[in-house]
Design a protein around this ligand. Structure first.
Ligand code: PLP
Length: 399
């Protein structure tokens, strides 16, 4: 194992920013139940509300339109389960002639894909929109799918694997014109690019603290005033009865601090991370033949670069890099014992070989040019060795 560690998996999760950690440690003794009337409860309540204000500010939303959840997965599930309620009649069955169509995309995070697939099993008509070679949704297919039966359009703002940014403003405009509700999973966008719910025109927006240097297990859902919402978790009266459960004080305070820092640094983040991204991209393109950069050339997250290395298998590259201290990820998931190719790359039309041999480098605060240069130095011999060992033909292997 190399002594040097270069963590380039910030889209999977981020470390706590030093200021977030310090704020959480300082407030660790705020133990009161934020719903209690006494002083300890009032102190906790005040801190929870301060965090809500910071998150609202980050999204350009009134704090009252934000509810806390356990993370992105729960926020997304809350929206889909709300649609389930809205689409069903009083008997729980889907009424004939009602709005029972859901439009989403083939490149969403599994928590959206599987929520949509579940509604499909209940009789909802679900469209998983196709995407182009860069991962952008095909607008013609979207327009064709929209109808007066569309209940919800759910399109992620930025893709976690390839970083492609969708035109949410236009997608929302069309959804609203059709009378549908508009949701965006902005888990990977918030903190990396400007996100403003008014400008986007969305009804629901999902975010998660651990992708913006906050703690894990805490997230938020923006719900435009007047948009319907039903609780996923029933119980006490927290969050106006929309999300029961004693407040996760420390998680919320850390989330608030992370949101405050993200709001102050989103422009600098874009500038600095895109310099590192370009350095990595140019360096690898110059040193390794036959590689393919996935995702949109310009509408892409500044910190994310996904690259296919034909002739070398993604997991083998990852393990070899890990030995050399580089921590990245593949798009593929280990499903039921077999390694599935990335559903995102498959949706872009990449064949299984490109989809299997892709690596996502996602950078963040703390990564230096020297770290990038270390990757550029370390990766070429790994790819050459794996390509030489590959059972694929030289043409397939890109030799
Ligand atoms: C686009 C996207 N949506 C949702 C999630 C899930 O968020 P959480 O881990 O907070 O449940 C993730 C996490 O990887 C993500 O990348």
């Amino acid at each position: 194992m190399a002594d040097r560690r270069v963590y380039v998996d910030y889209n999977a999760t981020t470390p706590l920013r030093a200021e977030v950690k310090a704020a959480m440690i300082e407030d660790f003794d705020i133990y009161g139940n934020a719903s209690s009337m006494h002083a300890a409860g009032r102190l906790a309540h005040a801190r929870v509300e301060e965090a809500r204000i910071a998150i609202g500010k980050l999204l350009g939303a009134p704090p009252r339109d934000i509810i806390f959840t356990s993370g992105g997965s729960e926020s997304n599930n809350t929206v889909f389960q709300t649609m389930r309620r809205l689409g069903s009649g009083p008997d729980g069955k889907l009424p004939a002639g009602g709005r029972t169509e859901i439009i989403t995309t083939s490149v969403e995070h599994p928590c959206v894909l599987n929520s949509a697939a579940y509604l499909k099993t209940l009789g909802f008509n679900v469209t998983f929109l196709p995407v182009d070679e860069y991962g952008k949704i095909k607008m013609e297919a979207y327009k064709a799918a929209l109808s007066d039966k569309t209940l919800l359009v759910s399109v992620m703002m930025a893709n976690n694997e390839i970083g492609t940014i969708q035109d949410i403003k236009e997608i929302a405009r069309l959804a609203k014109a059709a009378g549908a509700f508009m949701h965006t999973d902005a888990v990977q966008a918030v903190g990396k690019i400007p996100v403003d719910v008014e400008d986007l025109g969305v009804d629901y927006l999902t975010m998660s603290a651990h992708k913006i240097y906050g703690p894990k297990g805490i997230g938020a859902l923006y719900i435009r005033e007047g948009a319907p919402i039903f609780p996923l978790i029933h119980g006490g009266h927290q969050e106006d009865g929309l999300r029961a459960g004693t407040y996760n004080n420390i998680g919320i305070l850390g989330f608030g601090k992370a949101a405050e820092l993200a709001a102050d640094s989103v422009d600098r983040y874009g500038r600095e991370l895109s310099v590192l991204r370009k350095r990595l991209r140019d360096g690898l393109l110059a040193k390794i033949p036959n590689i393919k950069i996935n995702g949109h050339p310009t509408d892409v997250l500044p910190n994310t670069i996904d690259i296919s290395f034909p002739g070398a298998e993604g997991e083998a590259i990852l393990l070899s890099m890990d030995i050399m201290g580089i921590e990245a990820s593949t798009g593929s998931a280990c499903a039921s014992g077999s390694l599935e190719p990335s559903h995102v790359l498959m949706a872009t039309g990449a064949g299984p070989e490109l989809a299997h041999g892709s690596i996502r480098f996602s950078m963040g605060w703390g990564i230096t040019q020297a770290d990038i240069d270390y990757i550029i130095e370390t990766l070429p011999p790994i790819i050459s060795r794996l390509r030489a060992m590959s059972t694929l033909s030289p043409a397939q292997a890109g030799a």
